[in-house]
Design a protein around this ligand. Structure first.
Ligand code: HEC
Length: 282
């Protein structure tokens, strides 16, 4: 136990978070490297590339990964992706498609989101960019986090970027402030349990919480939305909200600056890992 606490403090200190080190601001790249170092010191046999599989990378039951691969060959949520493709292909009210509106025809771009928009002075998620297309075309914005609309559309749209490496950029003081805000949310303890995201997804990654294995934060942002159980779709910020609930803490709303900044920080941690939409989760 003592050893665990020492390790935990060492990990936190190197991340520049605790122990009075908060004034020493690490760069995003330093944060990412520190986290990777923390995980690889603890789990030297697991490759960072495998972290995209979440808990499966840490599952000692060798059948779990084989089962996952089988399910992914004929995903039970194929019908949802087809619905998303129809939405993607259907012209908006001004006759334009999403492909006309988004950079690069919407292909190989998911790994660039979220990004910091200097003009708007805020983090823009892929869902925001899609809604901006809708509004510019005279359509109503989709409700962020809604599985039937934004979730279904992005489940297909993101497949057009499969294999693209996550490529989040933090450039300039305002972008860095948004990143730091997200980082603060990730490391701040809150709620009745006094947990932070890091309590589970850093210090306890690879361990079990009751019956559930806990995945590492690196690799978590590359594969959204996920489908739970079969075709139950969940988007990334909805997952954040659910984890806040597990912390017995009230989540900021999906699409709020707080969750957007968290997504910005959290996505940066997965830089260099390939995106893949969508994946099956238990
Ligand atoms: C009490 C422990 C706990 C805390 C605290 C917690 N989570 Fe989780 N989280 C889990 C468990 C358990 C799962 C499901 C298993 C898994 O994938 O790790 C999960 C899943 C996730 C996933 C999905 C991973 C995937 O590949 O499907 C993301 C993303 C995530 N959490 C982010 C966060 C963020 C951000 C916070 C802080 C707001 C947070 N979690 C706080 C326990 C926790």
């Amino acid at each position: 136990m003592k050893q665990q606490i020492v390790k935990l403090l060492a990990g936190m200190a190197s991340l520049g978070i605790a122990l009075g080190a908060a004034s020493v601001q690490a760069s995003p790249e330093q944060d990412r490297q520190d986290l990777i170092q923390y995980y690889t010191a603890k789990y030297p046999n697991i490759k960072i590339e495998d972290y995209v599989y979440g808990t499966l990378a840490f599952d000692t039951d060798s059948k779990a990964r084989a089962q996952y691969d089988t399910i992914m060959q004929t995903p039970p949520y194929q019908a949802v992706l087809e619905k998303g493709k129809k939405m993607w292909d259907t012209p908006l009210r001004n006759g334009k498609t999403y492909a006309d509106c988004l950079p690069n025809g919407g292909r190989n771009i998911a790994g660039n989101y979220p990004y910091f928009d200097e003009k708007a002075g805020r983090v823009v998620t892929l869902a925001d960019a899609i809604n901006a297309c809708r509004v510019a075309a005279g359509e109503a914005a989709y409700k962020l986090g809604d599985a039937a609309t934004m979730g279904t559309l992005t489940a297909y749209m993101r497949t057009l970027s499969d294999g693209m490496l996550m490529n989040i950029k933090v450039e300039g003081p305002k972008a860095l402030a948004a990143y730091e805000d997200g980082k603060k949310t990730f490391f701040s303890r809150a709620g009745q349990l006094n947990f932070s995201c890091a309590t589970c997804h850093v210090q306890n990654a690879g361990l079990r919480l009751g019956s559930e294995l806990i995945s590492p934060a690196v690799g978590q942002a590359v594969h959204w939305p996920v489908f739970h159980g079969g075709d139950s779709l969940m988007q990334l910020q909805t997952r954040y909200a659910n984890c806040f609930k597990d912390m017995r803490h009230v989540s900021a709303p999906v699409g709020s600056a707080k969750l957007n900044n968290l997504e910005y920080f959290h996505s940066y941690l997965s830089n260099g890992l390939p995106t893949k939409a969508s994946v099956f989760r238990k």
